[in-house]
Design a protein around this ligand. Structure first.
Ligand SMILES: [Zn+2]
Length: 324
């Protein structure tokens, strides 16, 4: 058996998988509120008390972490939560334990995802030998590259969500000014993420929000996207339009940076929730708006990952690789 985890600032998913097929099969899964545990070892200990896991011999484990991984340890960006691969290995006698950046883990899922788990946004034509790119807006914004090395896709992490945001329109420039006033600079994640949506709400609401949303409320991101999709407030609709434009443009930037002629995958928790706003042409129009490079990005297959557990699945795929 193998153990996999997707460790987020709010929620962690742990799963026990059977690695005998190309796509590891989940035997047991459980979600944990991350902040209620001191660290990964305590959480795995709790998971091990579940009946399906108690007597399992685990040959390898892999965990995707929403934060930078430094060798065998990692830290979450906003939660004091200790993650130490050696400690997990010793505590549960697991011979191989590996930590990955959460998007790097999700990238390992790409090779086993099935048709029904993907929504095709642009058919394109994948080029043999081409790289792939993954971009995922959830609480934050993650990106990963999948380098094509002799036909095998090797995931590589990035911190691209913290790179500078490229404003493209007068409306974007007004948002950029507001972000610089508030934070001194504007990261892509300040716009294209759950954390970014309240910024767009502030930038578009010069008068009262017709949907009654307070951007400082923790539920604001979900409330804003719902109000926009239901067209209950014109300024919320504008905020979601800016979000979708910026998401499409940044996905196009990821395609250019990686020369991702093998395909661009859109992961993360937000895309499946705003599908109608992503498939109406706005996202692709921004994705393709790359001047002389338009022909290149038009040829790139673009697919939305609908499986919200792709991060956990990817960690399981890599744990199976480790188990050999
Ligand atoms: Zn509104």
């Amino acid at each position: 058996m193998i153990l996999a985890g997707d460790i987020g600032g709010t929620k962690t998913l742990l799963g026990l998988f059977d690695p005998l097929t190309a796509r590891p099969h989940a035997v047991h899964m459980r979600a944990f509120p991350t902040a209620e545990f001191q660290g990964l070892t305590a959480m795995v200990r709790d998971f091990m008390t579940d009946g399906q896991v108690r007597n399992a011999a685990i040959s390898a484990a892999c965990f995707g972490v929403a934060g930078p991984v430094l060798g065998s340890t990692a830290e979450l960006t906003n939660v004091p939560f200790k993650i130490d691969a050696f400690e997990v290995s010793r505590a549960f006698a697991i011979p191989k334990v590996k930590l990955l950046n959460d998007l790097e883990a999700m990238a390992y899922a790409v090779r086993v995802l099935e048709g029904a788990e993907l929504q095709v946004l642009q058919q394109g034509e994948a080029i043999r030998g081409g790289n792939m790119a993954l971009i995922a807006a959830g609480t934050g914004l993650g990106q990963a590259l999948l380098h094509n090395v002799g036909g095998r896709f090797v995931p590589s992490p990035t911190e691209a969500g913290h790179a500078d945001w490229a404003a493209r329109t007068d409306r974007d420039i007004a948002v950029l000014r507001l972000l610089i006033e508030r934070n001194g600079r504007a990261e892509v994640e300040d716009v294209v993420s759950g954390r970014g949506l309240p910024n767009l709400h502030r930038a578009t609401h010069s008068k009262v929000c017709e949907a009654g949303i307070d951007p400082d409320d923790p539920g604001a991101p979900a409330a804003l996207t719902t109000a926009a999709l239901e067209r209950r407030c014109s300024a919320c609709v504008e905020a979601l339009d800016i979000f979708v434009d910026a998401y499409g443009a940044e996905a196009g930037n990821a395609a250019l940076r990686a020369v991702a002629t093998g395909g661009v995958f859109i992961g993360g928790g937000i895309a499946p929730k705003i599908l109608p706003a992503l498939i109406d042409g706005r996202f692709l129009s921004a994705f393709r708006d790359k001047g002389a490079m338009r022909g290149l990005v038009e040829s790139v297959p673009v697919k939305i990952i609908l499986n919200e557990e792709a991060g956990l699945l990817g960690a399981a795929v890599h744990a199976a690789d480790l188990a050999g």
